[in-house]
Design a binder for this molecule. Structure first.
Ligand code: AMP
Length: 284
């Protein structure tokens, strides 16, 4: 059964009466196959899944798209119901607060900040963004009290921020990172792709092509790193890259001398739309 709840008081009551262990998938809605892949995985391992749909004002900067972020609750619920038909006997609670005050009371002055990670790279370009993410995820974890929670590796730095917060606060929650779901063209699915014009969508393929070329160039060999760095320098002549960077996939360090696994993180900007993508590779 899918139960939709918009009130936090109702959520707290329902959760308190539940004895089964809970899996959790937090989202901002406008669902696509990427979100649904998280839900499927959660339903595979949990009898009961809480799925939140909340456009979190705290993670948007003043000039970002909070007010025009696509809100499509009815369609989202339809997709969730359709997904559940493949999991007979399981249940989903959709928590979809419509008013930010349901999640953050009018006076809510606490914020979580994962030092270092939150102000680096994506966090440097979007000051306060990861504090907003960490704060809402902590709040949702506290309400939902899940045993496991699923996040997309599409937002790789966000995944690391949440994983670190859970470690630091010793929260009894297993964090699972899920692979990026892509269109057949390679473009990573994102709710923001719909902002792209036809022509921008064609141009957006540079992102996946570049990551693929970089993977091929590196081919898992540490000795290829200098060549890869030269490749990046050349690419960055195109000013549409907000960044194209190599980091240690676990520590997020720029120093890769001890790395066993690296990540390439990229943001390519088309008009006002920033397209995020990344990939991880073992190296030796
Ligand atoms: P959002 O609604 O954009 O906040 O995303 C909710 C969750 O879905 C996050 O954990 C995202 O990383 C994940 N997600 C978004 N797009 C994708 C995708 N293309 N593939 C896999 N996971 C995704």
């Amino acid at each position: 059964m899918v139960k939709v709840i918009k009130s936090t008081d109702e959520l707290i009551l329902l959760r308190a009466s539940e004895r089964r262990s809970v899996g959790f998938v937090p989202t901002m809605g406008n669902l696509h196959a990427g979100h649904i892949s998280l839900l499927q995985e959660a339903l595979t391992s949990s009898e009961l899944v809480y799925f939140s749909i909340f456009v979190n004002p705290k993670q948007f900067g003043p000039s970002e798209d909070f007010s025009r972020y696509p809100r499509t609750l009815e369609d989202d619920i339809r997709l969730i119901q359709e997904c559940l038909t493949k999991f007979p006997g399981k249940d989903i609670v959709v928590y979809a607060p419509q008013d930010p005050k349901e999640v953050f009371p009018p006076v809510f002055n606490t914020a979580f900040s994962v030092q270092g990670l939150s102000t680096d790279l994506e966090g440097e370009l979007r000051p306060g963004h990861f504090d907003g993410v960490a704060t809402v995820v902590w709040r949702l974890f506290d309400l939902v009290k899940p045993a496991k929670a699923w996040f997309g590796l599409k937002d790789y730095q966000q995944y690391l921020v949440i994983r670190q917060m859970v470690r630091d606060l010793a929260l009894p929650i297993e964090i699972i990172g899920m692979p990026i779901v892509r269109e057949s063209s390679g473009l990573a699915l994102s709710s923001r792709n719909q902002y792209l014009s036809r022509e921008e969508k064609d141009r957006s393929l540079i992102l996946f092509h570049t990551l693929t070329e970089m993977r091929d160039l590196l081919a898992g060999k540490k000795e290829k790193l200098p060549e890869l760095k030269t490749y990046i320098q050349k690419k960055l002549q195109d000013k549409n890259w907000n960044y194209l960077e190599l980091r240690d996939a676990e520590t997020f360090s720029k120093d890769l001398s001890q790395s066993k696994k690296v990540t390439i993180l990229a943001v390519y900007q088309l008009g006002t739309t920033r397209l995020l993508d990344n990939t991880q590779m073992e190296i030796a």
